[in-house]
Ligand binder design. Structure first.
Ligand code: NAD
Length: 323
């Protein structure tokens, strides 16, 4: 029997790539999103444009007991969207509403398994104050103190899905993503994240120009290429009994200044880094991959540079196509 999957957020960056992967693996796939994918046609067999905050819509798209549901839909963006405080109410309301609906109606529809994408943003700020040694092991999540409402909503929804598991036996899988990037991600307009923003700035600059970086650029992060993220998601879904929450992220930690320099090297551009005020998020963050390795016998290991190069080339092409 052909396996069936529902991908919520299929018009987004990770959802769009996930649909392609599931199709390649032979699934029948339905995608749902407020919009169709921005940069290519969806690979889904059926694509519903609709609002997952709407209970009727949720009931309609859950018209069968899907083998796998992937809940990726969320009101989100990069630091420029999440850390300014201007979108807090929307972020909390919209994403919580989607998750409340999907847990309730998914369970009612008898789905076999549901994946939920949480985020490293749910970890306490106190463990991410030093750029060099952040602590993001899964068991460091409590006492909770995320630094954004986006993180609080993720934590709430993790607990929501886990409670459906305890009380109704719903098979849930939860991953905490750490900065996923790659081609076909938002690269301009305010919702783009650091790797895409930096690739765009470098691609648009000429030798001798300067590019702007928020803060002193010494804040550290790790960035994971989309293909490895999806590999982790599929392995978690296929695991017989491990539910998570588990980190899915790279542990190759770089500062934002190092990230910019790495990108400049692709075309040997000599650019000055101009540090300006901007929304920053925590000081240091890196994925702790001990648990995923222990439970799934796998951990990500692709070099950051390789994924960045593919992303840079794609963004360069976008700039040429849409100046
Ligand atoms: P994205 O913004 O590209 O995709 C999210 C999609 O959800 C968008 O296409 C959006 O239109 C859709 N959506 C929002 N509200 C909706 C609604 N009411 N009804 C239907 N669709 C709706 O983001 P992404 O990078 O693909 O992230 C996917 C998931 O992974 C999100 O839950 C995000 O919080 C999580 N995550 C991503 C990262 C990352 O680095 N990309 C890191 C941590 C967690």
């Amino acid at each position: 029997m052909q396996k069936t999957a529902l991908v919520c957020g299929a018009g987004g960056f990770i959802g769009g790539h996930l649909v392609k992967k599931l199709k390649n693996e032979g699934y029948w796939v339905r995608g749902v999103d407020l919009k169709r994918p921005d940069f290519s046609e969806t690979a889904a067999d059926d694509f519903v444009v609709g609002d997952l905050r709407d209970q009727i819509l949720c009931q309609n798209v859950l018209d069968r007991p899907f083998d796998e549901v992937y809940q990726l839909a969320a009101d989100m963006g990069g630091a420029g969207y999440i850390f300014t405080g201007e979108h807090d109410a929307d972020v909390m309301h919209n994403s919580a509403q989607i998750n409340l609906n999907m847990a309730y109606y998914g369970n009612k529809a008898g789905i076999k398994k549901i994946f939920y994408s949480s985020s490293a943003c749910m970890y306490p700020e106190r463990n991410q104050l030093e750029p060099e040694n952040p602590n993001l092991s899964e068991d460091s999540a409590y006492p909770a103190a995320p630094d954004s409402e986006y993180g609080w909503e993720k934590l709430f929804s993790e607990r929501l899905y886990l409670s459906y598991n305890r009380n109704y036996g719903l098979d849930v899988r939860i991953a905490r993503f750490h900065n996923i990037f790659g081609p076909e991600g938002t690269w301009r307009g305010g919702k783009e994240k650091a790797p895409a923003a930096m690739c765009r700035k470098v691609a648009e600059a000429k030798d001798g120009d300067s590019i702007e970086i928020w803060g002193d650029g010494e804040q550290t992060r790790s960035f994971m290429y989309i293909d490895e993220c999806l590999e982790g998601v599929r392995r978690l879904m296929d695991s017989p009994d491990f539910r998570g929450p588990v980190n899915i992220g790279s542990d190759e930690m770089v500062s934002i200044n190092q990230l910019a320099k790495m990108i400049m090297e692709f075309e040997n551009k000599k650019l000055e880094l101009k540090h300006i005020e901007g929304p920053l998020g925590v000081r240091g963050r890196n994925s702790d991959n001990r648990l995923i390795h222990e439970k799934l016998g796998w951990r990500p290991n692709a070099p950051l540079k390789d994924g960045l190069k593919k992303t840079y080339d794609w963004i360069n092409q976008q700039i040429k196509n849409n100046p």
